[in-house]
Each structure stands twice: as C-alpha cells, then as structure tokens.
Design a protein around this ligand. Structure first.
Ligand SMILES: *[C@@H]1O[C@H](CO)[C@@H](O)[C@H](O)[C@H]1NC(C)=O
Ligand SMILES: *[C@@H]1O[C@H](CO)[C@@H](O)[C@H](O)[C@H]1NC(C)=O
Ligand SMILES: *[C@@H]1O[C@H](CO)[C@@H](O)[C@H](O)[C@H]1NC(C)=O
Length: 442
C-alpha cells in the first residue's frame, strides 16, 4: 500500500514508431517522417496503461478527485511538440489520449425537448491537444535554429574524448557500411546511422534477417554516447541542456498547479521527441545515478513526475521511468536522493535557475536575431536605439563616446526584456498554463 497520496502527475512521453527520419548532425534540422500503425498502437497502449495507473479508483496511484470517466479540460492539459517530426508527435498524443479517455456512454447531453444525444462513435471523447509550433513557441523545441547549440555540438565532435571514441569505433563502423545505403559512416552521423538501422530492422524483413545479431545494440550504444553528449552539459544552465531548459517554466508552473488544491489541474502530458529526456536526465542527475538512462529512450518511453502528498502533508516529486511498451514504471533515484523522491520545493529550486523563460531569453542564449520571433524583437530594439540616438545627437553624440554606448546597451536590454513581456501578451489568447511562450492555437 502507498504511504502517500498522488495529487497529480506530469508525463513526458516520446512518440511511437515512425518511418525514416533524418536530422542534420550539425544543426539537428529535421526532415519529414510519418507515424506507423505500430506507433499509434504503442501510444494507445501507453494511454491505457496510464489510465489503469492514474485513473482507476482501485489503483494505489489513483489521482484523488480526478474525473476519470469524462475528461474535464480543467484537470487535463496536453501539449504536443508540432515541430520537426511533422505529425508524428501530434498523432502520438491523439493515440495516447484515446487510450487514456476511451469512448464513454456517459458522454451525452439531454436537450430541452427531452431527447438525450450521445457523442459520435459511442461517446468518443475529444481531448484537447495544444499543438506547440516551434515558430511561435520555443518551449518544446529549443534546440533548432540555435547557433550557440550548434557550436556546442561542434565542440563536442572536436573534443579529444569524442575523437578517441571515433577511433575506437572505426572498425565496427566500417563493418556497418554495407547496411547503410551509402550514408556517411562516421561517429558524427551516429544518430542517423542508428535510426536508419532501427527503422529498417523493424520494418524490412530482408534487412532484419541479414543484420548480424549484435550490430543494432552496438550501434545503439554509440548513438547513446553521441546523443547524451549533444543533449547534456557540464553546467546545469549550459547550452547542451537547452532541450529541457526551455520547458522548465511550463513544467514548474504546472507542478505548482498540481500541488495547489485550489487549482483543478491534475494530469499534464507533454508529447515530445527523445531529446528533452536526455537533458532532463542530465539536469536531475538521474543519468549520473543510473547510467542506463544516459541514452535514447525507446518509442513511447515515458517519465512520470508524480506530485505526492505525504502523511505530514509535505509535497514531494517522485521520478518514474518506463522504457517503452514492454516496460512498466519504475522509481529512479535522482538529485542525490536514493529514494527517488525529492521535496517539490527543492526540485523546483534546482531547475528554475536554468530556465529559459521567454522568447527574448531564448534569442539571447541562442544568439539568434532573425528566426522564431527574434527578428521582431531585434527590430523593436533597434528602433528604440535609433530614437534614443535622435534625441541625443543635437548635443553632439561624438563627445558622449563610450558612456553613450554603454547607456544605449543598457537601455536596449531593458527595452528587450520589456518587449519580451509585452509582445507575449499581445500575440494571442494565452492559456492558463504559465509559460510566457504558450498560446492557444486558433
Ligand atoms: C429534439 O431535438 C433534437 C435536435 O434538434 C431532434 O433531433 C429530436 O428529434 C427532437 N426530439 C423530439 C422528441 O422532438
Ligand atoms: C551532465 O552531463 C555532462 C556531460 O555532458 C557531465 O559531465 C555531467 O556530470 C552530467 N551532470 C550530471 C549531474 O550528471
Ligand atoms: C531502454 O531500452 C533499450 C533497448 O532495449 C536499452 O538499450 C536501454 O538500455 C534501455 N534503457 C533503460 C534505462 O532501461
């Protein structure tokens, strides 16, 4: 039996099985792909699993006071990364929510004339999914169009440690060449090599039968090394952790909402790629305490951060991970706690200093002044600077020299951060989910 009550849960889940996907090893710019029936099934099963665990009154992890039959939009929040992997992640979220809140005969309404009408498909429930488009919201895909991140990736490839690994793996990689349809066989390209092999191994019988038994696992180990190196950082607030740093504001806001009994929110689900997992595992020390986690999670792999209330009414976060369809949630030690449970306040205070809180913050951190809303911010800043110049020039700007430059720089910074806030308020109808970069799509 459980000694604590589950107030709610925040889920991070990777998409399901999909067809080939290529991403540039230097910029992580992706190209299109599509989900498969197997992928839909994996996500649907995950939805059913989550339902059995959190929405079943006889489960010890049942979320108290949740409406488990008919979805209550104030209790459930779903956000899906609608970026590089096209519809794969969005459709994964659709499949998962179908398993989570299946059709229910009680999804009906009685009209004024006395007739009761049921929703279509035997009471199918339409769970709202917020599609998070990278171009107007940086929170679920912070790593693309980010030159500071590209630079850190290059530095990793140039590091003595990486070169050593490349040398060690050379003879294995040369054996792989004949399976790769002419793809570059270098350690830099390791993610694409592994992903190509994995997709073929699942979908192509001839490939599957010809591949020597240990090759996929060996390639996976190298890809794990590669991806953990790219999507982690020695510093908590380092650029390598950007894949989770942009998500922190929304995670913190939602965990606080779950912990607050006057707030209805109980179930939060982020549908993502594998990258935020790596940064999360690095930032929480979970990968350090459990080296198996320093790698790519399986399709439909998932983390559940459970917000629990203990007997003394203090609140803690419990870290659970499930490595895809065949696995079940297990509690993992993290942040130095061998119990796998950390006070909520401590968890938040640990992550918050590394948060990227706004688009303006992101533009600065990434060194971007044109894409994803940074252009408008940069233009506004330069206009503000110009108007300051015009006011000062009659006095003879020349004599003001360095002092003026410094002054302008400070004013620019102030203006930027001010605009950062104002611009978000204007862009669209904001949801009550906190991150300044989240909007409801029209
Ligand atoms: C009641 O209204 C619904 C919707 O307009 C209609 O389909 C139904 O036939 C009506 N029932 C009766 C008994 O008039
Ligand atoms: C995060 O990853 C880096 C490697 O990029 C490693 O040096 C560091 O120790 C990791 N941090 C933790 C807390 O595990
Ligand atoms: C997840 O599964 C993959 C493939 O079976 C495996 O290589 C990896 O070690 C697993 N990770 C964990 C944390 O169990």
């Amino acid at each position: 039996m459980s000694d604590s009550k589950v107030l709610g849960v925040l889920i991070l889940a990777r998409h399901g099985d999909r067809q080939g996907f290529y991403q540039s090893p230097t910029s992580y710019t992706p190209t299109a792909t599509k989900i498969t029936p197997l992928g839909n099934r994996e996500e649907f099963l995950l939805g059913q699993y989550l339902r059995a665990r959190y929405l079943n009154a006889s489960s010890p992890t049942f979320i108290s006071n949740v409406n488990a039959s008919i979805v209550d939009p104030n209790q459930v929040l779903v956000r899906a990364d609608a970026g590089g992997e096209g519809g794969v992640i969005l459709q994964s979220a659709m499949s998962l929510t179908q398993g989570l809140f299946p059709a229910d005969a009680d999804y009906n309404t009685t009209l004024a004339n006395g007739t009761t009408v049921q929703g279509p498909l035997d009471g199918y429930q339409y769970v709202s999914i917020e599609s998070v488009e990278p171009n107007n919201d940086i929170s679920l895909e912070g790593w693309t169009s980010c030159s500071a991140f590209d630079k850190s990736t290059q530095e990793f490839y140039q590091s003595p440690e990486f070169k050593q690994k490349a040398t060690e793996s050379q003879s294995f990689l040369s054996q792989l060449a004949r399976f790769l349809d002419g793809r570059p066989v270098t350690l830099d390209n390791m993610w694409n090599i592994f992903d190509f092999m994995n997709v073929r191994n699942i979908h192509d019988q001839e490939f599957h039968n010809n591949l020597p038994p240990t090759f996929l696992q060996q390639a996976r180990h190298l890809a794990n090394y590669h991806e953990y190196g790219v999507f982690s950082d020695k510093e908590l607030n380092g650029i390598g952790n950007i894949a989770f740093r942009t998500t922190i504001p929304s995670v913190v806001k939602n965990l606080n909402s779950i912990a607050n009994d006057t707030d209805p929110l109980k179930f939060v689900y982020y549908a993502t790629a594998y990258k935020p997992f790596l940064s999360l595992f690095n930032m929480t020390g979970v990968a350090q305490m459990n080296p198996d986690l320093a790698g790519i999670v399986n399709y439909a792999g998932t983390v559940a951060l459970e917000v629990r209330q203990l007997a003394d009414s203090s609140k803690v976060v419990r870290f659970n991970f499930k490595n895809g369809t065949e696995d079940t949630y297990k509690r993992y030690p993290f942040m130095g706690s061998s119990s796998g449970e950390v006070p909520l306040e401590q968890f938040i205070q640990h992550l918050q200093p590394a948060a990227i809180n706004s688009t303006a913050d992101w533009c600065t951190v990434c060194g971007n002044d044109k894409d994803r809303g940074c252009g408008a911010l940069a233009l506004a800043a330069s206009q503000a600077q110009e108007s300051i110049h015009q006011k000062i020039s009659p006095v003879g700007a020349g004599v003001l020299g360095a002092g003026l430059t410094l002054f302008v720089a400070i004013v620019m910074l102030l203006v930027l951060s001010f605009l950062g806030l104002v611009a978000f308020g204007k862009k669209g109808k904001r949801r009550s989910i906190g991150s300044v970069t989240s909007y409801e799509k029209a």
